[in-house]
Design a binder for this molecule. Structure first.
Ligand code: SF4
Length: 316
């Protein structure tokens, strides 16, 4: 009797993605990579006060606000997916390091939630040790049970989608410079600026005051990295370098700059101090969010800032 081969049915995998930290930079890459492999994803809901409070209860006091928010998002995904994705990204080469939090986040989170039985998934980028992004995705896909060729294909397609998305976003920012309104360059990490509880309310405040917020971090990344060396030839944090480069490119096309950061942030405190010292007379507001400020205090500071710009332009 001939033995019939049993059809192996692969149960669809669902990956949980915290809507925090690098999600705001890599959502298109991740979504398109996983969907290319037929993997479903579930993204946590936008940040609320409850998510922040939950995350704060799991974090050490010294953790930055972004880490606290991240842990709250992870908690909200526990039990709702097969794996929660937390990449470990160390660097993209010389002078292209990520904040050390991105190296530690996976281990810290796995340890924090070890009693829940939740499984986590990671990929490691460490170009200084010959582990680039493509290799990291390849290893992750193979670990999930896919063949090398299908993983390579999914990564290439996802990378193309990501580059196209960045290009579109940069184009959209360029359009904003043409508007006949007060233009404010908002400079900060995407996970602060885009966060529903921290950065979005600030963007809405500016819009209510008839100003246009424009993102310094949505810029052509390669040339921003090169320009950032004017601020400091030894600057090493990838994202801070992109933001600094974005400011240097556009500071003469805006009426004011808002540096928006999370408390306490090592890279921002150093780099923003340099930006403030090298500022060439453009009105600049340094806003450090700790998640506890009521909207009223921040709104008053932004209002005064917009008034100062109005005086400078002779509008008040
Ligand atoms: S760069 Fe700052 S805000 Fe971002 S993870 Fe590091 S310490 Fe936190």
């Amino acid at each position: 009797m001939s033995k019939k081969k049993k059809a192996v049915s692969r149960r669809p995998i669902v990956i949980g993605i915290p809507r925090a930290m690098l999600y705001h930079r890599y959502s298109v890459l991740w979504d398109s990579f996983f969907s290319g492999l037929g993997i479903g994803t579930v993204v946590s809901e936008p940040t609320t006060k409850g998510i922040l409070e939950e995350g704060t209860s799991y974090a050490i006091d010294e953790a930055c606000l972004a880490t606290k928010i991240f842990l709250g998002h992870v908690k909200s995904l526990i039990g709702k997916c097969d794996y929660i994705l937390i990449p470990r990204i160390s660097n993209f080469g010389l002078q292209r390091s990520m904040c050390t939090k991105f190296e530690a986040l996976y281990d810290m989170t796995v340890n924090t939630f070890r009693s829940t039985g939740q499984k986590f998934l990671s990929y490691n980028v460490d170009v200084k040790h010959r582990q680039d992004e493509e290799k990291a995705f390849l290893e992750m896909g193979i670990h999930l049970g896919f063949h090398r060729k299908e993983v390579q294909k999914a990564y290439k397609r996802a990378k193309k989608a990501e580059l196209e998305d960045v290009k579109q976003k940069v184009k959209e920012q360029e359009r904003l410079y043409q508007l006949p309104k007060t233009k404010i360059l908002l400079a900060g990490h995407s996970y602060i600026i885009e966060d529903a509880y921290i950065g979005r309310p600030i963007q809405r405040m500016l819009e209510r005051m008839d100003a246009v917020p424009i993102r310094a971090d949505l810029t052509e990344r390669k040339s921003a990295l090169e320009r950032s060396l004017k601020l400091s030839p030894t600057l090493k944090w990838e994202i801070n370098r992109e933001i600094a480069g974005g400011i240097y490119k556009k500071r003469n096309n805006v009426d004011g700059i808002i540096l928006l950061s999370a408390f306490p942030c090592g890279p921002d405190s150093m780099v923003n101090e340099m930006i403030v010292r090298r500022n060439n007379g453009i009105p600049l507001l340094n806003l450090i969010m700790d998640g506890q400020d009521g909207d009223a205090g921040v709104e008053t500071r932004i209002e005064s800032f917009i008034d100062i710009i109005g005086f400078k332009k002779g509008k008040l």
